[in-house]
Design a binder for this molecule. Structure first.
Ligand code: HEM
Length: 318
């Protein structure tokens, strides 16, 4: 067990678990980035509710939101880290893991600060329906991200995270990866968005997405309707072009905006201490690791075992 506050030790252990040869494209990184984003992306600036504090996905009300389908894989990947560092809150662990994953996959170093607490019950969780719906267009995307306090440039920069990972038919209904190398952070997503003639595709389930077949590689790539909306909306497109042309500018802007995303819902004083009521009154409450709750048999793999089986099936289909 590490010393409380030794975040460097936690980072090291997160980096060590990213390599997962049995899972998806061989890395836990992309799904950890998605966990970090969904943990924060519930923020509503007007009511100052939601955001990265609390680790609400531990509760059914938030964890069971269909928009969060599949993120149990990310949480299971992180359980050994929680076991090794039980003092860290889940909310800090999930956000830190996203930042570490981005950097380890060749992305920029995202400034990250600790101090999030884990809610002790589900009474303060945001309502479902605050995360974006990929089947919609530019108006919806603006509605969702303006609510969190982001502008058009920040929306496009954040969307560059779709350079990582893939869609899973059994999670979101969409299927496939955006780029050929989905475990390497780069600006390829923006370049492909502009360079390729994306065609409509209807999946057997009836879901509509966009596709392109790379003839040389014999690989099919995909875009969500919300991704295509960034290309087709004149104000978003300016930023898609900028980031497609200049990787360094994208990395710089992504660093700032992802750090901002991870801070949504937190108020800090000048020394960095979190001033939210729960954190001030309750302190740094680190929820117990699943399965280690007193009185219950040690069953830390409750969630992991069936998922391992499922993951094997995913890899077999690839
Ligand atoms: C309009 C906004 C967005 C929409 C509609 C959207 C939608 C989606 C959908 C449908 C998936 C596939 C999930 C699955 O089937 O497993 C996905 C995956 C992903 N998203 Fe987004 N997303 C949005 C913004 C973002 C942002 C802001 C980030 C991070 C900054 C992000 C990071 C990711 C990552 C890394 C994956 C891959 C996950 C994996 O490989 O398991 N997305 N997104």
């Amino acid at each position: 067990m590490s010393q409380a506050g030794d975040y460097a030790a936690v980072k090291k252990d997160i980096a060590a678990l990213l390599h997962q040869p049995e899972y998806d494209d061989g890395s836990a990184g992309p799904v950890l980035v998605r966990l970090a984003w969904h943990s924060a992306g519930t923020y509503d600036a007007e009511t100052d509710t939601g955001g990265s504090n609390g680790a609400g996905m531990r509760y059914e009300a938030e964890g069971g939101d269909p928009a969060n389908a599949g993120l149990q894989h990310a949480r299971v990947f992180l359980e050994p880290v929680k076991r090794a560092h039980p003092w860290i809150t889940y909310s800090d662990l999930w956000t830190l893991a996203g930042c570490v994953a981005i950097q380890e996959m060749g992305g920029p170093e995202i400034p990250w600060a600790p101090g999030r607490t884990d809610f002790v019950d589900d009474s303060k969780l945001p309502p479902r329906g605050r995360l974006p719906d990929a089947a919609q267009g530019a108006d919806h995307v603006r509605h969702i991200f303006y609510r969190m306090g982001f502008n058009d440039q920040e929306i496009v920069a954040l969307s560059g995270a779709h350079n990582l990972g893939r869609c899973h038919a059994d999670r979101s209904g969409f299927s496939g990866a955006w780029v050929q190398n989905p475990t390497r952070f780069s600006n390829t997503y923006f370049r492909l968005l502009l360079a390729v003639d994306w065609k409509h595709k209807q999946l057997p389930s009836g879901i509509r997405q966009f596709m392109y077949i790379d003839e040389d590689l014999g690989e099919e790539l995909m875009m969500l309707p919300t991704d295509i909306a960034l290309r087709d909306d004149a104000k978003f497109k300016v930023w898609v072009q900028r980031y497609a042309e200049d990787r360094d500018v994208f990395f710089e802007d992504f660093t700032k905006v992802f750090a901002k995303l991870m801070e949504l819902g937190l108020k800090r004083d000048e020394s960095g201490s979190v001033l939210n009521t729960d954190n001030v009154k309750g302190g740094y409450i680190s929820a117990p690791k699943k399965g280690d709750v007193a009185g219950k048999p040690e069953k830390s793999n409750e969630e992991a075992d069936p998922l391992k089986e499922q993951n094997k099936k995913f890899s077999a289909r690839l």
